[in-house]
Design a protein. Structure first.
Ligand code: DGL
Length: 265
């Protein structure tokens, strides 16, 4: 079905997922929404995030989207169940389930750490899902609330980001971990720095390609794959920021079609 896929996040983080989807599904058109007016989502209440997510999903559906990808862990943790109830006929994909599925397939025992926003960590959604399926795992987690705003501001691969990342990861929680889930879609932008922190092999897992594969499978199973890319990808933000424009170019090149859409006014 030649209709676009709607993807949203609080800001640039979901672009890591959008990019992976664009690579895995070259025939698909993307409409992206970055809710920069409400960034960061990490410390907002479940009620607020659910309200934002419903409004953004409504906007993307009005633009003709055939499926929605919640390219944000915090919104996936807080709003996925409500969104599915609110839009029962729309295929809605979250970033958490495909990542959990990947981990369960790969790790039968061992210690899988999680870093994420306060909202995702407080929801305990990763330890709950992983331990329910496999009680032999250990799932220590640490909130890293400075990271998403830092990345959104364009601070990565520099001295400041290195200091902050090292300070968060030095926690005793993560001693002897086998893997670390980057449970925030902003974090693939600091993946190299996280890998560099560990002086031994630790698998650093980001959800972008796992979610892209899952999206492909879901659309295929539902007979919703497009035959041919029609039209341009579109990018909306609820409040213009230079850093969004810069980072979106990093992922999608210089010619992206970026519009400010004040859907809250
Ligand atoms: N990228 C988001 C996530 O995966 C949200 C970051 C934020 O806005 O705090 O949780």
């Amino acid at each position: 079905m030649n209709k676009p896929i709607g993807i949203f996040d609080s800001g640039i983080g979901g672009l890591t997922v959008a990019k992976a989807i664009a690579e895995a599904l070259p025939n698909e058109t993307i409409i992206y929404f970055g809710d920069t007016a409400h960034l960061p989502y990490g410390d907002k209440s479940k009620e607020s995030i659910t309200m934002y997510s419903k409004r953004i999903t409504g906007f993307l559906l009005a633009k003709g989207c055939k499926a929605i990808v919640i390219a944000c862990n915090t919104a996936s943790a807080h709003a996925y169940a409500d969104l599915k109830k609110f839009y029962p006929k729309v295929p809605i994909i979250n970033v958490i389930d495909p990542t959990v599925e990947y981990c369960l397939g790969k790790y039968k025992k061992g210690k899988i750490g999680v870093i994420a926003t306060r909202g995702t960590i407080k929801s305990r959604i990763y330890p709950r899902k992983l331990l329910k399926a496999n009680s032999k795992l250990e799932v220590p987690q640490t909130a890293t609330p400075l990271l998403a705003p830092m990345i959104e501001e364009g601070f990565f691969n520099n001295k400041i980001s290195k200091t902050i990342i090292n300070s968060y990861l030095s926690t005793k929680n993560f001693e002897k971990i086998d893997a670390l889930i980057l449970a925030c879609t902003h974090y693939p932008l600091i993946k190299k720095e996280v890998i560099a922190f560990f002086k031994r092999p630790v698998e650093v897992i980001d959800s972008a390609s796992v979610v892209a594969d899952y999206t492909k499978k879901t659309l295929k199973d539902l007979g919703l794959l497009s035959k041919k890319k029609e039209g341009k990808d579109l990018f909306y933000i609820s409040d213009y920021t230079e850093s969004f424009e810069e980072t979106s170019k990093l992922f999608f090149g210089d010619v992206i079609d970026l519009k400010e859409e004040r859907i809250w006014d």
